[in-house]
Design a protein around this ligand. Structure first.
Ligand SMILES: [Zn+2]
Length: 298
Protein backbone atom coordinates (compact mmCIF):
# COMPACT_ATOMS: atom_id res chain seq x y z
CA UNK A 1 0.00 0.00 0.00
CA UNK A 2 2.78 2.37 0.97
CA UNK A 3 4.54 1.63 -2.31
CA UNK A 4 1.30 2.31 -4.15
CA UNK A 5 0.97 5.68 -2.41
CA UNK A 6 4.55 6.57 -3.30
CA UNK A 7 3.89 5.50 -6.87
CA UNK A 8 0.87 7.81 -6.94
CA UNK A 9 2.98 10.72 -5.69
CA UNK A 10 5.63 10.08 -8.33
CA UNK A 11 2.96 9.74 -11.00
CA UNK A 12 1.63 13.16 -10.02
CA UNK A 13 5.13 14.64 -10.21
CA UNK A 14 5.64 13.09 -13.63
CA UNK A 15 2.59 14.71 -15.17
CA UNK A 16 3.19 18.15 -13.66
CA UNK A 17 3.32 20.78 -16.44
CA UNK A 18 6.96 21.55 -15.66
CA UNK A 19 8.07 18.03 -16.63
CA UNK A 20 7.63 17.11 -20.30
CA UNK A 21 6.17 13.65 -20.91
CA UNK A 22 8.64 11.24 -22.51
CA UNK A 23 7.61 10.81 -26.16
CA UNK A 24 6.56 7.32 -27.16
CA UNK A 25 8.38 5.32 -29.82
CA UNK A 26 6.39 5.08 -33.06
CA UNK A 27 7.32 2.45 -35.61
CA UNK A 28 6.01 2.03 -39.17
CA UNK A 29 6.28 -1.47 -40.67
CA UNK A 30 5.74 -1.87 -44.44
CA UNK A 31 5.18 -5.48 -45.47
CA UNK A 32 5.61 -6.83 -48.99
CA UNK A 33 5.43 -10.50 -49.93
CA UNK A 34 8.00 -11.40 -52.60
CA UNK A 35 10.83 -11.30 -50.04
CA UNK A 36 9.09 -13.51 -47.48
CA UNK A 37 10.85 -16.82 -46.76
CA UNK A 38 10.05 -19.49 -49.34
CA UNK A 39 8.34 -17.21 -51.88
CA UNK A 40 9.59 -17.87 -55.43
CA UNK A 41 6.66 -17.70 -57.89
CA UNK A 42 3.09 -16.53 -58.34
CA UNK A 43 1.96 -19.75 -56.64
CA UNK A 44 2.65 -18.09 -53.28
CA UNK A 45 1.84 -14.40 -53.77
CA UNK A 46 -1.72 -14.06 -55.07
CA UNK A 47 -5.16 -15.44 -54.27
CA UNK A 48 -5.03 -17.65 -57.38
CA UNK A 49 -1.83 -19.36 -56.25
CA UNK A 50 -2.22 -22.82 -54.75
CA UNK A 51 0.13 -21.97 -51.86
CA UNK A 52 -1.17 -18.43 -51.17
CA UNK A 53 -3.18 -19.30 -48.05
CA UNK A 54 -0.16 -20.75 -46.30
CA UNK A 55 2.20 -18.02 -47.46
CA UNK A 56 0.00 -15.14 -46.30
CA UNK A 57 0.20 -16.89 -42.92
CA UNK A 58 4.02 -16.85 -43.16
CA UNK A 59 3.93 -13.19 -44.28
CA UNK A 60 1.77 -12.35 -41.27
CA UNK A 61 4.11 -14.20 -38.92
CA UNK A 62 7.16 -12.29 -40.24
CA UNK A 63 5.27 -9.02 -39.70
CA UNK A 64 4.24 -10.16 -36.22
CA UNK A 65 7.88 -10.94 -35.37
CA UNK A 66 8.72 -7.31 -36.23
CA UNK A 67 5.75 -6.03 -34.21
CA UNK A 68 6.72 -8.07 -31.13
CA UNK A 69 10.35 -6.90 -31.31
CA UNK A 70 9.33 -3.26 -31.73
CA UNK A 71 7.12 -3.55 -28.64
CA UNK A 72 9.93 -5.17 -26.66
CA UNK A 73 12.17 -2.28 -27.75
CA UNK A 74 9.63 0.17 -26.30
CA UNK A 75 7.33 0.97 -29.22
CA UNK A 76 4.14 2.61 -28.00
CA UNK A 77 2.51 2.95 -31.42
CA UNK A 78 2.85 0.64 -34.40
CA UNK A 79 1.33 1.01 -37.86
CA UNK A 80 1.64 -1.93 -40.25
CA UNK A 81 1.08 -1.25 -43.97
CA UNK A 82 -0.04 -4.22 -46.09
CA UNK A 83 2.01 -3.29 -49.15
CA UNK A 84 1.59 -6.22 -51.54
CA UNK A 85 -0.80 -7.12 -54.33
CA UNK A 86 -4.35 -6.25 -53.35
CA UNK A 87 -3.19 -4.90 -49.97
CA UNK A 88 -5.40 -7.48 -48.25
CA UNK A 89 -2.87 -10.19 -47.47
CA UNK A 90 -2.07 -9.80 -43.77
CA UNK A 91 -4.33 -11.78 -41.44
CA UNK A 92 -5.50 -8.79 -39.42
CA UNK A 93 -7.03 -10.82 -36.57
CA UNK A 94 -3.59 -12.13 -35.61
CA UNK A 95 -2.23 -8.68 -34.69
CA UNK A 96 -2.27 -7.28 -31.15
CA UNK A 97 -5.28 -4.97 -30.60
CA UNK A 98 -3.16 -1.81 -30.26
CA UNK A 99 -1.59 -2.20 -33.73
CA UNK A 100 -3.22 -0.35 -36.63
CA UNK A 101 -3.11 -1.79 -40.14
CA UNK A 102 -3.24 0.04 -43.49
CA UNK A 103 -5.04 -2.02 -46.16
CA UNK A 104 -5.87 -1.87 -49.88
CA UNK A 105 -5.36 0.77 -52.59
CA UNK A 106 -5.28 3.37 -54.00
CA UNK A 107 -3.78 5.36 -51.16
CA UNK A 108 -1.45 8.28 -50.58
CA UNK A 109 2.17 7.39 -49.74
CA UNK A 110 1.67 4.02 -51.44
CA UNK A 111 3.54 1.22 -49.62
CA UNK A 112 4.30 3.69 -46.80
CA UNK A 113 0.65 4.57 -46.13
CA UNK A 114 0.11 5.70 -42.55
CA UNK A 115 3.57 7.19 -41.97
CA UNK A 116 4.04 10.82 -40.92
CA UNK A 117 6.55 13.04 -39.16
CA UNK A 118 5.61 11.70 -35.71
CA UNK A 119 7.24 8.30 -36.44
CA UNK A 120 10.71 7.38 -35.18
CA UNK A 121 11.64 4.43 -37.37
CA UNK A 122 10.59 2.50 -40.48
CA UNK A 123 10.95 -1.26 -41.00
CA UNK A 124 10.61 -3.14 -44.31
CA UNK A 125 9.53 -6.80 -44.26
CA UNK A 126 9.46 -9.15 -47.27
CA UNK A 127 11.02 -6.71 -49.76
CA UNK A 128 12.37 -7.63 -53.21
CA UNK A 129 14.89 -6.23 -55.71
CA UNK A 130 14.15 -3.64 -58.41
CA UNK A 131 13.13 -4.06 -62.03
CA UNK A 132 16.59 -2.94 -63.18
CA UNK A 133 18.38 -5.64 -61.17
CA UNK A 134 19.19 -8.78 -63.21
CA UNK A 135 19.20 -10.71 -59.92
CA UNK A 136 16.44 -11.03 -57.37
CA UNK A 137 13.36 -13.18 -56.88
CA UNK A 138 10.35 -11.56 -58.61
CA UNK A 139 12.45 -8.39 -59.04
CA UNK A 140 10.26 -5.45 -60.10
CA UNK A 141 9.50 -1.85 -59.18
CA UNK A 142 5.83 -1.20 -58.35
CA UNK A 143 4.53 -3.15 -61.35
CA UNK A 144 6.22 -6.09 -63.08
CA UNK A 145 3.55 -5.87 -65.80
CA UNK A 146 4.01 -2.23 -66.82
CA UNK A 147 7.28 -0.60 -65.62
CA UNK A 148 10.88 -1.31 -66.58
CA UNK A 149 12.66 1.50 -64.70
CA UNK A 150 12.04 4.21 -62.10
CA UNK A 151 14.75 6.75 -61.29
CA UNK A 152 14.75 9.49 -58.66
CA UNK A 153 17.17 12.35 -59.36
CA UNK A 154 18.99 9.98 -61.72
CA UNK A 155 19.34 7.14 -59.19
CA UNK A 156 17.68 3.84 -60.12
CA UNK A 157 15.08 3.09 -57.51
CA UNK A 158 13.95 -0.12 -55.89
CA UNK A 159 10.71 -0.08 -53.93
CA UNK A 160 12.95 -0.13 -50.84
CA UNK A 161 14.89 3.01 -51.73
CA UNK A 162 11.76 4.84 -53.02
CA UNK A 163 9.96 4.03 -49.77
CA UNK A 164 13.02 5.04 -47.75
CA UNK A 165 12.82 8.42 -49.51
CA UNK A 166 9.14 8.72 -48.49
CA UNK A 167 10.13 7.94 -44.89
CA UNK A 168 13.00 10.43 -45.26
CA UNK A 169 10.52 13.12 -46.34
CA UNK A 170 9.15 12.81 -42.79
CA UNK A 171 12.71 12.61 -41.36
CA UNK A 172 12.15 8.95 -40.43
CA UNK A 173 15.12 6.57 -40.87
CA UNK A 174 14.76 3.02 -42.16
CA UNK A 175 16.34 0.83 -39.48
CA UNK A 176 15.83 -2.70 -40.79
CA UNK A 177 14.88 -4.52 -44.00
CA UNK A 178 14.19 -8.17 -44.75
CA UNK A 179 14.10 -9.80 -48.16
CA UNK A 180 16.29 -11.73 -50.56
CA UNK A 181 20.03 -11.04 -50.87
CA UNK A 182 19.56 -8.79 -53.94
CA UNK A 183 16.93 -6.66 -52.20
CA UNK A 184 19.04 -6.13 -49.08
CA UNK A 185 22.12 -5.22 -51.15
CA UNK A 186 20.15 -2.65 -53.19
CA UNK A 187 18.66 -0.99 -50.12
CA UNK A 188 22.06 -0.77 -48.40
CA UNK A 189 23.71 0.64 -51.54
CA UNK A 190 21.28 3.56 -51.81
CA UNK A 191 19.91 4.07 -48.30
CA UNK A 192 22.80 3.11 -46.02
CA UNK A 193 23.85 0.36 -43.67
CA UNK A 194 20.47 -0.65 -42.25
CA UNK A 195 20.05 -3.91 -40.35
CA UNK A 196 19.12 -6.72 -42.72
CA UNK A 197 17.62 -10.20 -42.63
CA UNK A 198 18.44 -12.19 -45.75
CA UNK A 199 15.50 -14.55 -46.16
CA UNK A 200 16.90 -16.34 -49.24
CA UNK A 201 19.58 -16.23 -51.90
CA UNK A 202 18.18 -15.49 -55.33
CA UNK A 203 18.99 -18.19 -57.90
CA UNK A 204 16.89 -16.46 -60.56
CA UNK A 205 13.63 -14.61 -61.09
CA UNK A 206 11.66 -17.70 -60.03
CA UNK A 207 14.14 -19.64 -57.90
CA UNK A 208 15.89 -19.24 -54.58
CA UNK A 209 17.88 -21.03 -51.94
CA UNK A 210 15.61 -20.11 -49.05
CA UNK A 211 15.61 -20.27 -45.30
CA UNK A 212 12.52 -21.78 -43.71
CA UNK A 213 9.70 -19.53 -42.50
CA UNK A 214 10.46 -20.52 -38.90
CA UNK A 215 14.14 -19.62 -39.28
CA UNK A 216 13.38 -16.18 -40.71
CA UNK A 217 10.67 -15.46 -38.14
CA UNK A 218 13.34 -16.08 -35.48
CA UNK A 219 15.85 -13.72 -37.13
CA UNK A 220 13.56 -10.72 -37.64
CA UNK A 221 13.11 -9.81 -33.97
CA UNK A 222 16.82 -9.40 -33.10
CA UNK A 223 17.40 -7.39 -36.30
CA UNK A 224 14.47 -5.04 -35.58
CA UNK A 225 15.75 -4.49 -32.05
CA UNK A 226 19.30 -3.87 -33.30
CA UNK A 227 17.99 -1.37 -35.87
CA UNK A 228 15.84 0.47 -33.34
CA UNK A 229 18.80 0.66 -30.94
CA UNK A 230 20.88 2.25 -33.73
CA UNK A 231 18.15 4.56 -35.02
CA UNK A 232 19.88 7.76 -33.90
CA UNK A 233 22.91 6.83 -36.02
CA UNK A 234 20.91 5.96 -39.16
CA UNK A 235 20.29 9.06 -41.26
CA UNK A 236 16.90 9.43 -42.96
CA UNK A 237 17.29 9.03 -46.74
CA UNK A 238 16.62 12.47 -48.20
CA UNK A 239 17.40 12.91 -51.92
CA UNK A 240 18.74 16.43 -52.40
CA UNK A 241 17.28 19.19 -54.53
CA UNK A 242 14.03 19.21 -56.49
CA UNK A 243 12.57 15.76 -57.02
CA UNK A 244 12.89 14.61 -60.65
CA UNK A 245 11.39 11.22 -61.47
CA UNK A 246 11.79 9.26 -64.70
CA UNK A 247 9.38 6.39 -65.30
CA UNK A 248 9.94 3.90 -68.11
CA UNK A 249 7.07 1.76 -69.36
CA UNK A 250 7.16 -1.55 -71.18
CA UNK A 251 4.94 -0.07 -73.88
CA UNK A 252 4.82 3.24 -75.75
CA UNK A 253 1.25 4.24 -75.05
CA UNK A 254 1.32 5.10 -71.34
CA UNK A 255 4.26 7.45 -72.01
CA UNK A 256 2.54 8.98 -75.05
CA UNK A 257 -0.75 9.61 -73.24
CA UNK A 258 0.75 10.83 -69.94
CA UNK A 259 2.80 13.37 -71.92
CA UNK A 260 -0.50 15.07 -72.95
CA UNK A 261 -0.47 16.44 -69.38
CA UNK A 262 1.78 19.50 -69.02
CA UNK A 263 3.41 18.13 -65.87
CA UNK A 264 4.95 15.23 -67.84
CA UNK A 265 7.77 15.49 -70.34
CA UNK A 266 8.25 12.64 -72.84
CA UNK A 267 11.89 11.90 -72.00
CA UNK A 268 12.14 8.94 -74.40
CA UNK A 269 9.87 6.70 -76.45
CA UNK A 270 8.95 4.63 -73.40
CA UNK A 271 9.57 7.21 -70.65
CA UNK A 272 8.09 10.26 -69.00
CA UNK A 273 9.74 12.68 -66.59
CA UNK A 274 8.02 14.71 -63.91
CA UNK A 275 9.09 17.09 -61.18
CA UNK A 276 7.59 17.12 -57.70
CA UNK A 277 7.93 19.57 -54.84
CA UNK A 278 8.66 16.71 -52.43
CA UNK A 279 8.44 12.94 -52.04
CA UNK A 280 4.86 13.02 -50.78
CA UNK A 281 3.81 14.67 -54.06
CA UNK A 282 6.01 12.29 -56.07
CA UNK A 283 4.37 9.32 -54.34
CA UNK A 284 0.92 10.62 -55.24
CA UNK A 285 1.91 10.99 -58.89
CA UNK A 286 3.30 7.45 -58.94
CA UNK A 287 0.12 6.15 -57.31
CA UNK A 288 -1.91 7.93 -60.01
CA UNK A 289 0.25 6.40 -62.77
CA UNK A 290 -0.26 2.94 -61.31
CA UNK A 291 -3.93 3.17 -60.43
CA UNK A 292 -5.71 5.41 -62.95
CA UNK A 293 -8.01 3.82 -65.50
CA UNK A 294 -10.93 5.64 -67.10
CA UNK A 295 -13.29 2.83 -66.12
CA UNK A 296 -12.49 3.05 -62.41
CA UNK A 297 -15.66 2.40 -60.44
CA UNK A 298 -16.40 1.61 -56.80
ZN1 LIG B 1 4.77 -7.31 -53.61
Amino acid sequence: MRRLLLAAVFACLCVSPATPQPRGLKVHISVDMEGIAGVVTGDQIGPQGFEYGRFREFMTKEALAAVAAAKEAGATEIVVADAHGNGENLLVEQFPPDVRIVRSWPRKLQMMGGIDQTFDAAVFIGYHASTTNPAGVRAHTFSSATLTKVTLNGVEMSEGSWNAAIAGHFSVPVVMASGDDAAIAEIRKVVGNVEGVETKKSLGFHSALTLTPQAVQGMIGPAVKAGLARRATLAPYKPQGPIVVDVTFKHYLPAEVLAYLPMFERSSAHSVRFRAKDMAEAASVMEFIGEYRPDLAP
